[in-house]
Ligand binder design. Structure first.
Ligand code: 5AD
Ligand code: SF4
Length: 460
């Protein structure tokens, strides 16, 4: 029998270096692009200096994104000049800056060979071969999520115990500060069958934990293949039936899409981890209205209460913006007070940054940088205190840890708690990919340490 590959002419080996900025969805996208490039003969390299193709996957959500891109491009220009084969090196810019400022990039950086928006990654191999044949830099800003996900295969390479899987992309919420609805386009949910196939492929390669990704993941409503729509809770239930998958997470959620079915899922699905990233952005109703969030602080607190009733050990993480246009000291204190009431296990906080094209960018009541800096420091101090309190509360507890890889010291493994904390313990290498009950004995600045008590399905 002749295998398919022997019929094709061999492709010359090439190297791709991918630099990824931004969110987990960009990490997922970079992996998918790397997989899509494999049939063209590309393997990955960590070194830009030995790459034939350098791909920068950009993020546009906050300031300095384009400055970072142009300084990367400057360094790459020098690298090309120094390398004997420099003129052969191809440079591609992907991600949300590519989507938002594609024409500008091509104008300012003539060295760039390709600019490709997040909805066109399935066209990357085609654009690269066209470029190789001498066609000029292509800009592919179309929003075509359906054909993107259909074209990118669901077979997936897996590199570890835990993997990301995009189930939903884009956003229809139009928060007044945010570029996502413009750079990632309208909400799109992948059909359930496609997701389940990808999840099975990952599980068969040893993945034990899946994090379902979406800009608005809990708005997921995918085709179930039988003419109905499946919500996120039902999708999670189907995923629990895949052998090998022990843990499921999802991120990022919007409070307004926290359906009762999903809250119930937290009550009765063991595989669904008791940790939820549920951004509120501000604790002031006036600012929430100006942000176009369409919920109040009270609405948010009620959701948190329902979630905690369903799953008492649920820990929360959040995103906060300080210095949104018009934010007064009283508004900011309302944010501090909401944070005190909720008690976060971890959180991300940002100074408001003007994103061109978003409604808040043209507001006339912008806040001084000094005030933003001062408020961010106060909020961070409170959040850091809560994070440490949460970590310390785990001392003496025993819970399952999913071991991911060897630790820094011989004989040590590092894994994750149900609440996403890093946990170190003495354990044999064969426990990588296994769940073990670990008793927590200590807490460091960014991790816990513990002792293995029992392992999944048997003795140590
Ligand atoms: N300025 C500051 N923070 C922002 N975010 C989104 N847009 C902006 C902006 N213009 C934050 C929000 C969001 C997170 C991913 O980034 O908190 O939840
Ligand atoms: Fe941006 Fe999230 Fe608001 Fe959508 S819901 S506009 S992604 S902050």
């Amino acid at each position: 029998m002749t295998s398919d590959s022997t019929l094709r002419p061999p492709v010359p080996p090439k190297r791709v270096h991918i630099k990824t900025y931004g969110c987990q969805m960009n990490v997922y996208d970079s992996e998918r692009m790397s997989e899509a490039l494999a049939p063209l003969g590309y393997t990955s390299t960590d070194l830009a200096a030995e790459a034939d193709l350098v791909l920068i996957n950009t993020c546009h959500i906050r300031e300095k994104a384009s400055e970072k891109l142009y300084s990367d491009l400057g360094r790459l220009r020098d690298m090309k000049a120094e390398r004997a084969d420099g003129d052969q090196v191809m440079i591609a810019v992907a991600g949300c800056v590519a989507q938002a400022e594609g024409d500008e990039i091509i104008r300012r950086a003539p060295d760039v060979d390709l600019v490709i928006g997040p909805q066109a990654y399935h066209r990357l191999p085609e654009l690269i071969s066209r470029r190789t044949k001498g066609e000029k830099a292509a800009f592919a800003p179309q929003f075509e999520p359906e054909s993107k996900f259909q074209t990118l295969s669901t077979s997936r390479d897996a590199h570890g115990v835990s993997a990301f899987l995009t189930v939903q992309e884009g956003c229809d919420k139009f928060c007044a500060f945010c570029v996502v609805p413009y750079t990632r386009g309208a909400e799109y949910s992948r059909p359930a069958a496609q997701i389940l196939e990808e999840a099975r492929a990952l599980a068969s390669k040893g993945v034990r934990e899946l994090t379902l990704l979406g800009q608005n993941v809990n708005a997921y409503g995918g085709d179930d293949g039988a003419g109905a729509t499946l919500d996120l809770a039902s999708l999670v239930r189907r995923l629990t039936q895949i052998p090998g998958l022990a843990r499921l997470r999802y991120t990022t959620s919007h409070p307004n899409d926290m359906a009762e079915s999903l809250i119930e899922a937290h009550a009765d699905i063991d595989e669904l981890m008791p940790y939820l990233h549920l951004p509120v952005q501000s604790g002031s109703d006036r600012i929430l209205a100006a942000m176009n969030r369409k919920h109040t602080a009270e609405d948010y607190l009620k959701i948190v209460e329902r979630l905690r009733r369903a799953r008492p050990d649920l820990a929360l993480s959040g995103d906060f913006i300080v210095g949104f246009p018009g934010e007064t000291e009283a508004d900011f204190e309302a944010t501090l007070s909401l944070v005190r009431e909720v008690g976060y296990a971890s959180a991300f906080s940002f100074k408001y940054s003007r994103r061109p094209g978003t409604p808040a960018a043209s507001s006339t009541v912008q806040i001084d940088e000094d005030i933003k800096t001062e408020r961010l420091a106060r909020l961070n101090a409170l959040l850091e205190d809560q994070r440490q309190t949460f970590n310390r509360s785990k001392i003496g507890e025993t819970f399952p840890v999913l071991f991911e890889k060897p630790g820094r010291h011989e004989g040590q493994l590092i894994g994750r708690s149900p609440w996403l904390q890093a946990v170190w313990a003495e354990a044999p290498l064969r426990l990588v990919g296994e769940l073990a009950n670990v008793r927590i004995t200590g807490v460091g600045p960014n991790s816990l340490t513990g002792t293995v008590v029992t392992v999944e399905g048997g003795a140590l």
